[in-house]
Design a protein around this ligand. Structure first.
Ligand code: TXA
Ligand code: MG
Length: 338
């Protein structure tokens, strides 16, 4: 029996489309995904086409439950079951050795595979009724900001995606934490809401945090990602005033994603739009992409994000801001926070 959702959400129709090799965008707790049948190479190729994504860039396969892991991965270590038990459904992706039956199209030709069980009622219902794995990258054009509501997906992909399931705004707002269990030690490939400390606690050991690797194709290892079209600058609060003065001299119109109140005495008000951002990291994360998207459409010469505090809680936000910024200021890097 298929549950009824608000108008426009038709799980049965979505499942029919997916079985016919079409794409369906669906909500997850992190961001919206562009889904297709992971067992159908032609359907998976369609994802790459729609996103404009290089074919060697692997996709995450979404599963209805941890029980289906064995159909998609082999030599599954005990650590994977421990993490799955603790964090699934949830915003954690595990990289494991690929099951031989998995099409190489999904894994970008690699012998490993990214798997997760998303924590969103619509996604889970879709997966249960589909009864298979859904390959689903974030439903944006390659290199652009991930969508955190259904309207963003349409803005990105237009009518090319056959169906968009509207599950409202995403609760987490940043992509899942990615942990690789392929090498000798568990390795963090992308920070997310589930923290290094939480994972290390379950595993009972430290996580490795690579700075770069030519052999692993993960988003953390791309110089620019998640970027708005308007140049994004990162500035600590202490340097904001002087930067705004330069912008004023140049006649630039700027938007500031602010964490502190304006210094009214010295900060020029004209041609600066100040957008107060949440002071809590999880709330900031939830709003980040929607804010960037809105400001990107605002006709600004620059967007300036005030740098959040250099604490562990802000790791995932720093990671995305650094990648979106035109001059990455990597003073706060993953390795410094462990
Ligand atoms: O929260 C998320 O993870 C969202 C939602 C839709 O689930 N998905 C997402 O997918 O962010 P995507 O494709 O935009 O980013 C996933 C990243 C890819 O950039 C890819 O490099 C990495 O996961 N990845 C996937 N499989 C991998 C593998 N076998 N080895 C290393 N990295 C992998
Ligand atoms: Mg993405």
């Amino acid at each position: 029996m298929i549950e009824q959702h608000k108008p426009g959400v038709d799980i049965a129709a979505a499942v029919r489309l997916l079985r016919a090799g079409k794409t369906v965008a669906f909500p997850t707790e992190t961001v919206y995904g562009l889904g297709a049948d992971a067992a159908n190479p032609a359907a998976v190729r369609r994802i790459f086409e729609l996103k404009g994504r290089p074919a060697n860039h692997p996709l995450i396969v979404h599963l209805p439950s941890a029980e289906s892991l064995t159909a998609w991965a082999r030599d599954i270590p005990e650590q994977a079951w421990l993490l799955a038990e603790r964090f699934w459904p949830g915003p954690l992706t595990l990289i494991l050795p690929r099951h031989p039956a998995v099409p190489l199209e999904v894994t970008g030709g690699q012998e490993s595979i990214g798997l997760r069980v998303p924590d969103h009622p619509l996604a889970l219902e879709l997966l249960r009724h589909f009864d298979g794995g859904l390959a689903a990258p974030s439903a944006n054009r390659f290199g652009r900001i991930s969508p955190t509501c259904a309207a963003h997906v349409r803005d990105e992909l237009g009518e090319q995606v056959e169906m968009v399931l509207d599950g409202g705004p995403c609760r987490v707002g940043l992509e899942s934490t990615i942990v690789s269990l392929i090498g000798p030690r568990p390795c963090l490939l992308r920070p997310g809401q589930i923290s290094i400390a939480e994972i290390a606690e379950v595993l009972g050991c430290k996580l490795e945090i690579p700075q770069s690797s030519p052999t692993i194709r993960a988003p953390g290892l791309l110089a620019s990602h998640y970027a708005p079209k308007t140049p994004l600058i990162l500035r600590p609060a202490s340097a904001l005033c002087s930067w705004l003065k330069i912008m004023r001299e140049r006649g630039c119109r700027v938007a500031v994603m602010a964490l502190t109140p304006p210094q009214t005495s010295s900060e020029p008000a004209a041609r600066v739009d100040r957008i107060p951002m949440p002071l809590q990291p999880q709330e900031y994360a939830r709003e980040l992409y929607a804010s960037l998207r809105r400001l990107d459409a605002g006709g600004f010469d620059y967007i300036c994000a005030e740098k959040p505090p250099a604490t562990k809680e802000w790791l995932a936000v720093h990671d995305r801001l650094n990648r979106a910024a035109i001059t990455p200021e990597n003073s706060f890097i993953a390795g410094e926070t462990t």
